[in-house]
Design a protein around this ligand. Structure first.
Ligand code: ASP
Length: 438
């Protein structure tokens, strides 16, 4: 077995008790040599995440308020973990350096990043691993985007000198040395970056669930865990609202073809979900891999006789959207009709103007906006091979007495997207799940 990069999320590192579980997991496999840590998360319902507390501290400093009490609360959480584990570490110097920097307006991202910085120091000390500050190995470009190639070169070189190391997740540095974070949940991205640089065989992402579920448990009772999913299927599902892993965490490992295994720190024996580049080695038992969906879409219906013969018709309409910097989701069309599906909130402020301008540019026979649409993505790599999937899907929907407003199937047959009324959303999700999964 080759090297593994392991990332632990906030709830996995929220207390001394959780740290012990993490240490047991790392020690039980000598290939787990590089560890990415999040900031301490919630220990119980209603608890505060350290990252949120650091954001709050930044706001307080900016407002000119005193931060002493809040800062003590944060340092108290770290001290409690250190004491609970019996780690001999003096963090006073770090704490006062951070406090001074916060008073010196070191920046919002700097403040937020200290959660993972301190937690990783603790974990490194507890494990006897080296600590590598992410600011020295993860880089952003001047325009704020992640500098993948520079990072990969510097990080790969650095890791050669540290066979066992802990690296804080979530942040890196700008060309001028200031700290910049990824978006929320970004430690997942750091783990993926490390896996690529270390040329790992596997990226294990440890969290508090046993993998991705086939459907949202708030909508479908007790959905099954997805055993294997391809990067592309996951993109489709995440886009439609399935969360567990940060969306951007896929790219670095995808380049290198490294699989990701989502695992549960509290039930380490559960196999979790494997995210892989191709499904060759991983057969699925079900035709569909997962279902996800979202409410809050609108459809602009456009009708015009002889539309299909009018060269440039679609371009003219789409340029009205482009000028307003609006992206659309789907564009199903007929001979003389076209529907543009987009997010209701994206057109909220400009809807009347948009309709007027489209009228001027293409002179349709009719045009109107319909709100209250939900989209459901039924995703499955096995759909390509299975005959009758669509028939099965639509008969389940019909049996549940649901009217379908839009259907879109990608040419790769990886997914079928349905547009239905928002009021039918939950019913439709359940009907589809039970039809395919049982
Ligand atoms: N601590 C950061 C957050 O709460 C990043 C992470 O946990 O991945 O968003």
């Amino acid at each position: 077995m080759g090297l593994k990069v392991v990332k632990f999320g906030g709830s996995s590192l929220a207390s001394a008790e959780q740290f012990r579980k993490v240490a047991d997991i790392i020690k039980s496999d000598e290939n787990r040599r590089y560890v990415v840590a999040s900031a301490p998360g919630k220990r119980f319902k209603g608890d505060f995440k350290i990252t949120d507390m650091f954001y709050l501290i930044y706001d307080r400093v900016a407002a000119g308020d005193n931060i002493d009490t809040l800062f003590e609360e944060i340092t108290g959480r770290y001290q409690e973990i250190a004491d609970g584990l019996g780690i001999e570490i003096s963090m006073e110097a770090e704490f006062s350096r951070i406090k001074n920097a916060l008073y010196g307006m070191a920046g919002r991202d700097y403040a937020a990043s200290r959660g993972e910085y301190l937690n990783s120091m603790l974990l490194a000390k507890y494990m006897g691993y080296d600590f590598i500050d992410a600011a020295e190995v993860i880089f952003f470009k001047q325009d704020g985007t992640f500098d993948a190639e520079r990072t990969n070169t510097v990080l790969a070189e650095r890791l050669k000198r540290h066979p066992y190391a802990v690296v804080p997740g979530f942040y890196g540095s700008m060309p001028n040395g200031t700290i910049k974070t990824f978006s929320r949940g970004g430690s997942d991205i750091t783990g993926s970056i490390l896996a690529r640089a270390a040329n790992a065989e596997l990226y294990e992402n440890w969290t508090d669930v046993s993998g991705f579920l086939m459907a949202d448990p708030r909508v479908v009772d007790d959905p099954k865990v997805i055993e294997t999913i391809t990067y592309r299927e996951l993109r489709e599902l995440s886009y439609m609202g399935a969360t567990v892993l940060h969306e951007d965490a896929i790219f670095p490992v995808q380049i290198a073809g490294i699989p990701i295994n989502i695992k549960n720190t509290n039930i380490p024996e559960d196999p979790g979900t494997m995210i892989v580049s191709t499904s060759d080695k991983y057969d699925t038992k079900t035709i569909i891999t997962g279902i996800a969906g979202k409410k809050g879409f609108s459809a602009i219906h456009i009708e015009k006789d002889m539309m299909n013969g009018e060269v440039g018709f679609t371009r003219k309409i789409l340029s009205e959207l482009e000028e307003r910097n609006i992206s659309f989701e789907h564009l199903p069309s007929g001979i003389d009709t076209m529907t543009i599906m987009l997010k209701t909130e994206d057109i909220a402020k400009i809807r009347e103007d948009l309709i007027v301008d489209i009228r001027h540019s293409v002179h349709p026979d009719s045009i109107y906006i319909q709100d209250g649409i939900a989209l459901i993505a039924v995703v499955g790599r096995a759909m390509v091979k299975a005959k009758g999937t669509a028939a099965k899907l639509f008969s389940a929907i019909a049996k549940a007495d649901i009217n379908v407003k839009m259907i879109d199937q990608g040419s790769d047959e990886l997914n079928i997207i349905l547009g239905i009324e928002e009021a039918d959303f939950e019913k439709a999700m359940s009907a589809i799940y039970h039809e395919f999964v049982g």
